[in-house]
Ligand binder design. Sequence first.
Ligand code: PMP
Length: 397
Amino acid sequence: MFDNLEWISPDPILSLSEKFIEDRNPRKVDLGIGLYKNSNGITPIMESVKIAEKYLVSQAEDKVYKGSVGLDGYCNKIISLLYKDAPEIIAEERVTAAQTVGGTGAVRLAAELIKSYSPRRIVWICDPTWENHRGIFSHLGVNIRSYPYLNEKGEFSFDCMIESISKIPFEDILVLHGCGHNPTGYDLTNNQWMHLLEIVKEKRIFPIIDMAYHGLADNLNKDSYGVNLFSEQLDEMFVAYSCSKNFGLYRDRVGALVILGKNKDHCSKIKLHASNLARVNYSSPPIHGASIVNEVLSSNELYQIWAAELERMTTRVKGARKMLVRESSEQGCSEIFLGAARGEGLFSTILLNLNEIRRLKEVYNIYMLEIGRINISGINKNNIEYVVSAIKQVAGT
Ligand code: PMP
């Protein structure tokens, strides 16, 4: 049956990771896959997560099925965390959530709902964006187009973005990054979110805000500004939430599709359809990681530990960013790292071409995505000088 299959390229991020693991050179540096790394280059299990997990394992009595939209308690906790500064949305009972298989599963479920119930609408994604946005929507046969995020010099341009979004047809769907934009690290200011909201309202656009880095760009409150503002002022929207990075639960696959509707009935109905789509896809999401998040967010003590750990992680990423800016200025190649100075969160794009990026890997054992994205947290005191000088060499500056 599959005799005529053609060879295709493997996923660029996952295959880069595999190559990094196979590389035996001790000076190798991984700036590729989007994992938080501490100053020793390790992605640790968070202390709060370890405590909650130990407790849950000691208490567990069964592993019976849960429903297609997972744990209610977990979903409610994610809603409370996200809308801490917008409690009226919860009080008005016009928000609900479905547990999903990571943030990817949340985007996928949103895409399935669009495909099933509004297939003619075009989905507008950012250029550049997390590559899987394109993959997920196009795989389902949803029409996608892109709006620009950068100007021709590769700098973030709100004007270019707004100019393009203001021309999109009424009632189309707009995918936005809540914070820690992947791959550029450029986030909207509060004023820019307000400006964008006016266009979204005028055009009756349906937004999907991808929230994969809550707390890792600036802090939990500031990072949810755009989501809160849009949710307060719009009748309908989705938030695709991920606990992969802010709880470090990557392979436990913990996410949620947060559903905003006009009222309780409206969002419950959407959730029911989401539940049916999950049922025919994977039946029900994995419960282990979601129980951990539920436990951490339910206990005041664990919450404090978790929030402090997350803050330390974010401070470390900001420190690595500063280190990069300082070192590149000392080595006289700041212009390659302009994005690092202005961006937030785990990522930044640097101005190297494909050949230069490949040389970086082959000659210097430094791994980054071919679209120019680096994971800022892959940088630490031990490798900063080497990374900057290698990048300077390949760029020929
Ligand atoms: N959206 C964006 C923008 C991301 O960067 C990621 C993770 N790389 C995801 C969604 C998906 O995260 P998860 O691992 O939870 O599926």
